[in-house]
Design a protein around this ligand. Structure first.
Ligand SMILES: [Zn+2]
Length: 384
């Protein structure tokens, strides 16, 4: 039975990764008999996970049937929580993005906040006509350190969780203080099953999957928080501690700006999207880039300073890891558009190797929600 189960999972993964296939192709790829493949495909068809896509045109003889993964057989919801936003992404079983949505809602650790997120998610799924029977549930992506044994988010300076005192991160915002939060508490406000994980890990997974990369890459998240992850197989990641790759709390400027983590001069205080709001005296990130696009000289100056900080962070990361670096998060899309000075700055500090091995992520602000939804799809494909 266990062997049959593993074969089922392997066939599903093969159709997921390679697209439509004939029974013969599947049997050859997996080293199984055509009879075994046929039996398993019948079982998968009975579960509505696989369909026969009719017959491939052929030049005479018996026409082979084509097995195809049913894209709408399951749907997976990714929910990314950040300081000011709740982002939702819906993927189908083939991991195509069905819909995505960004909502500006400041975080607070309260029942009403979580109930609001639950409502938004339910409305989102209703609008996209997700049948309850085909819904895999939600996977929530959280910024900060997760204690998997206690099942809680224990430390997240960007959300004000686990910090000791409120910090004026700017004259615009005081970071509130919240206690750690257990997954059970969050789940109690939701009407569907929820799993959890770290936002940078999910984002790194999404970018690695998109690129179909087998490479060990380092992922740098530049959003309202700054974080990171090593995008690699579980065996490589297992070597690292829970707090590894907290790039946002590397000291960038000694005795610099106060950080909610309790220290000073952390990279997050200089490289997050909120830094642009603070430095520009209150422009939202969208407004800032609209102004930059129009050639606003003060925004140009701020962007130049900002990219200077980022170039230092990239160089420091590179000196430690000597691996390609992927930039993701909200800022990634703007680096694609306005990032030319970043490469010049990397040249200035003689960091040619970073320049050559720098990749800008595909999903930008949605990377983490996509990764969370992907995680659930992989878990589903593994469950057979
Ligand atoms: Zn810090």
């Amino acid at each position: 039975m266990a062997v049959r189960k593993a074969n089922k999972s392997n066939i599903l993964y093969l159709l997921y990764n390679s697209g439509d296939m004939t029974r013969l192709d599947i049997s050859q790829k997996l080293g199984l008999s055509v009879t075994t493949v046929s039996t398993i495909l019948q079982e998968l068809a009975a579960d509505n996970l696989v369909v026969d896509k009719g017959q491939k045109a052929s030049s005479g003889g018996r026409k082979p049937s084509i097995a195809s993964l049913r894209q709408d057989a399951r749907f997976s919801l990714g929910i990314h929580i950040s300081r000011h936003h709740v982002r939702l992404v819906l993927l189908n079983l083939s991991s195509d993005t069905v819909a995505r949505q960004s909502n500006r809602i400041p975080f607070e650790n309260s029942a009403s906040y979580w109930e609001h997120v639950n409502e938004l998610a339910n409305e989102f799924m209703k609008a996209n006509r997700v049948p309850k029977t085909r819904f895999l549930g939600g996977c929530m992506s959280l910024p900060g350190i997760i204690d998997t044994e206690k099942e809680e988010l224990c430390f997240s300076p960007t959300l004000g969780i686990g910090i000791t005192e409120a910090v004026h991160v700017s004259n615009l915002e005081v970071m509130p203080v919240f206690s750690s939060i257990t997954f059970a508490e969050i789940r109690s406000h939701f009407t569907f099953p929820l799993s959890f994980g770290n936002d940078a890990d999910f984002a790194a997974l999404a970018e690695r999957w998109y690129r179909k990369s087998d490479d060990v890459e380092v992922y740098l998240h530049l959003g309202s928080g700054v974080g990171g992850s090593v995008a690699a197989d579980e065996s490589v990641r297992a070597l690292l501690g829970k707090k590894a790759c907290e790039f946002g709390h590397m000291t960038l400027i000694r005795n610099g700006r106060a950080c909610p983590c309790g220290r000073r001069g952390c990279a997050e205080m200089y490289c997050s999207s909120l830094t642009l709001t603070v430095m520009s005296g209150g422009l939202s990130v969208d407004e800032f880039f609209q102004e930059l696009g129009k050639g606003n000289s003060s925004c140009k100056k701020i962007w130049d300073t900002f990219l200077g900080y980022i170039s230092t962070v990239l160089d420091n990361i590179y000196q430690v890891f000597d691996r390609p670096i992927v930039i993701g998060g909200e800022i990634a899309q703007y680096i694609k558009e306005y990032g030319a000075p970043l490469y010049a700055k990397l040249q200035e500090i003689r960091s040619e190797s970073v320049t050559n091995r720098l990749r800008v992520g595909n999903y930008s602000q949605f990377d983490s929600a996509v990764g969370a939804a992907l995680r659930q799809i992989f878990d589903f494909l593994d469950s057979f």
